[in-house]
Design a protein around this ligand. Structure first.
Ligand SMILES: Cc1cc2nc3c(=O)[nH]c(=O)nc-3n(C[C@H](O)[C@H](O)[C@H](O)COP(=O)(O)OP(=O)(O)OC[C@H]3O[C@@H](n4cnc5c(N)ncnc54)[C@H](O)[C@@H]3O)c2cc1C
Length: 377
């Protein structure tokens, strides 16, 4: 009987893993890829949707177009995970696996920040970004806060990108003069592992008159008074609040008992959980690296090498290096890049490549090459 690999979640990690397994093992194994949605959206596309550059519909890549030998995509919601028996229940029945890979990403707990749902907007989900995209055209200028409500959060440079893109947006609409833009984030600098990236971002904020409040989270919004209350009790007035909501593991992961301390604990170099044959990759796991697509992709690659070695009976697992590339929107159509490495040395490192239109083309190539590899031309 063919070995059964079940991948939960068809995001950055799940899609990369399914593609690599298909390339190396074809239909010698039976891989099932499960997601509750009917399409994939790159995280960075949410910025385009929010600022009206693209519609939500145009950034969705339908799973129906996946045509990979040995891989079957099913659109179901996972309702329970039994790691000891490597079985999962979905809204359409039960599945058993020889190898189970959990790649369910991170969910958002919007309600845990009082006032966020009522008086502000989040832009980390597609629907949230769409809502902001509908509201922005009627914004007439004023005090804009982009605020982080909890850590860890996906794509640490994204809040910095958002304030720079907001500057461009308000400038385009002739509203910048009568607006203030402030970024609130819990880190001491915008991208702590890369002092050069942080310095370039701080310089870009200063040039554009964007305020930066480090080492602070937004604890609540008081809609009546129009203020964001920070975690030290200080207050910042706003007319438009765009929040990065607190991130939490999906409920089904919490209920599985795999994440007693928050995210799924894994061996950071092999991505194995404490249960034989059960792995966790990407944002849902705790490896000490940022929650970003490039890192989920690297983890998928490492697990693919483990499964391929085991199923082919040759080769060995490539240990997860905890390295990845992050592209950073600097506005004015320029993109910077930081190569970060978290696990290979004594401390995280990040090499910065200054913003340029050339890196914009490279970022576009990054997205289109993934789309092609995961979904076909
Ligand atoms: C605004 C923004 C900008 C970003 N920019 C970048 C960037 O420039 N570069 C970068 O590398 N990363 C970026 N990211 C982060 C990136 O999108 C994520 O880190 C990445 O998608 C994580 O991959 P993953 O496979 O772990 O999870 P995901 O890609 O989130 O995939 C998880 C999948 O699991 C599915 N799922 C969840 N629960 C269930 C369930 N119960 N049943 C069935 N399916 C379920 C979801 O539908 C989802 O498809 C950005 C994120 C945001 C929000």
């Amino acid at each position: 009987m063919k070995k059964r690999i079940v991948i939960l979640g068809a995001g950055f990690g799940g899609l990369e893993l399914a593609s690599r397994l298909s390339e190396e093992l074809g239909d010698a194994v039976d891989t099932t890829l499960i997601d509750k949605n009917d399409s994939f959206v790159f995280g960075f596309s949410k910025l385009d949707v929010m600022f009206g550059v693209r519609t939500a519909e145009s950034v969705r890549v339908p799973y129906a177009s996946i045509a990979k030998s040995g891989v079957r995509f099913v659109q179901h919601a996972v309702t329970s995970i039994d790691p000891a028996n490597r079985s999962v229940t979905t809204d359409s029945g039960m599945l058993e696996a020889d190898y189970l890979v959990i790649a369910l990403g991170a969910d958002y707990d919007i309600a845990c920040t009082p006032g966020l749902a009522e008086s502000g907007y989040e832009f980390y989900s597609v629907s949230g970004a769409e809502r902001v995209g509908q509201v922005l055209p009627s914004f007439e200028g004023g005090r804009v806060i982009v605020g982080v409500c909890g850590a860890p959060f996906k794509c640490p440079p994204a809040p910095s990108e958002t304030v720079l893109l907001m500057h461009d947006y308000l400038t385009r609409r002739g509203l910048r003069e009568r607006s203030e833009i402030t970024l609130v984030m819990p880190f001491p600098s915008p991208v702590p592992p890369s002092p050069d990236t942080s310095a370039a971002l701080l310089e870009a904020f200063a040039e554009r008159g964007i305020g930066f409040v480090p080492k602070r989270k937004v604890a609540e919004l008081s809609g009546d008074r129009g203020v964001a209350v920070l975690d030290d009790g200080s207050e910042l007035p706003f007319d438009l609040f765009l929040g990065i909501p607190r991130h939490v593991p999906p409920a089904v992961v919490v209920e599985s008992g795999l994440a007693p301390n928050g995210w799924i604990e894994v061996n950071p170099r092999t991505l194995e959980t404490g249960h034989p044959g059960v792995y966790a990759i990407g944002d849902v796991s705790s490896t000490g690296v940022p929650k970003a697509g490039g890192f989920a992709e690297g983890a998928a690659k490492s697990v693919a090498t483990a499964l391929i070695a085991e199923l082919k009976g040759e080769g060995e697992q490539e240990l997860y290096p905890g390295a990845g590339v992050c592209y950073v929107e600097f506005g004015a159509n320029s993109v910077g890049k930081v190569d970060v490495n978290f696990l290979s040395g004594p401390k995280p490192t990040g090499q910065f490549h200054g913003a340029s239109p050339k890196l914009r083309a490279e970022k576009e190539q990054f997205g289109s090459s993934r789309r092609e590899r995961w979904f076909g031309p």
